[in-house]
Design a protein around this ligand. Structure first.
Ligand SMILES: O=C(O)c1ccccc1NCC(=O)[C@H](O)[C@H](O)COP(=O)(O)O
Length: 270
């Protein structure tokens, strides 16, 4: 049997938490339905496409307190203030880690960040059951993350369909060409290529460039992880990415607004 990886452990922990959840599915559905009744989502995919259409490299700026690979990054950050500085720098969207154990995040971080700005927000978490998708809508997210390596083909298609039904965009995260094929088969119109290997944590800064040709032109493409600054961003823009999703290189900076603006300007005008 292959050794248990970090990803296996975190997915097991999320499945155990889902099994121990004392709420009924009906309760979570009611909360999600209430959120739908309260108003539409902000349009995460549309926000990235619009900023790209205006000639920029769209930036999905992440709120990340700590990470399994690096430890503490900005443990005391104030989500609302960080969201304001990202918006000031021209971010097209936010990504907020809501996992507590590995990242120190929470649904409250997401709610605070979203209410501090007008930007659409991705709930970045390990979605393992349909209730996670309902929860994302209920907590105020505009988009949900579906990690191809964590879900089988049926789950990928079903969770994505549920997200669409709730008005959420689904960012389907892939690591290689085979996962991109599975994402497209599941109907994905928003694909992320994560350059961080979730088993070894190693970042391969050439990965997203290598995988880009497999993603059709009508799919909004996001390069995730290990983007250190404008030089990396420029390579990804040149490879056809609409957006970069950046955590560590933004959250650890004192001048977050300027750092976002520099990434956004990395696209070479055609
Ligand atoms: O960040 C990690 O160490 C990590 C480890 C295992 C699973 C996921 C992990 N991060 C989640 C993310 O996808 C990143 O926070 C996101 O892509 C931004 O990455 P970065 O710009 O390198 O902080």
């Amino acid at each position: 049997m292959p050794p248990t990886t970090y990803l296996d452990r975190i997915l097991d922990a999320h499945r155990a938490a889902a099994a121990a959840d004392r709420r009924s599915r009906g309760q979570v559905e009611a909360a999600a339905e209430q959120a739908v009744a309260d108003g539409p989502t902000r349009g995460f995919r549309a926000g990235l496409a619009a900023d790209h259409g205006a000639g920029h490299l769209a930036v999905v700026a992440e709120i990340k307190r700590r990470s399994p690979s690096k430890g503490d990054l900005a443990p005391g950050l104030v989500p609302g203030r960080v969201a304001e500085s990202y918006a000031e720098g021209g971010a097209a969207a936010l990504s907020v880690l809501t996992d507590a154990d590995a990242f120190g995040g929470s649904p409250a971080d997401l709610a605070e960040a979203r209410s501090a700005c007008e930007l659409p927000v991705l709930r970045k978490d390990f979605t393992v059951v349909e209730v996670d998708v309902l929860d994302a809508r209920a907590m105020g997210a505009d988009a949900v993350l579906l990690i191809a390596a964590a879900l089988d083909d049926h789950e990928l298609a079903d969770f994505r369909a549920l997200a669409v039904e709730l008005g959420l965009d689904a960012l389907v995260e892939c690591h290689d060409e085979a996962e991109v094929e599975r994402a497209l088969e599941a109907g994905a119109d928003l694909v992320g290529v994560n350059q961080r290997d979730l088993v070894s944590f190693e970042v391969d800064t050439a990965r997203a460039v290598r995988v880009a040709p497999e993603i059709p032109a009508d799919v909004v493409r996001v390069a995730e992880s290990g983007v250190r600054g404008p030089d990396d961003a420029r390579r990804l823009a040149d490879a056809g990415y609409h957006a970069v999703l950046v955590g560590e290189a933004l959250v650890t900076r004192p001048d977050r607004a300027e750092a976002v603006a520099a990434l956004r300007a990395a696209r070479t005008p055609a």
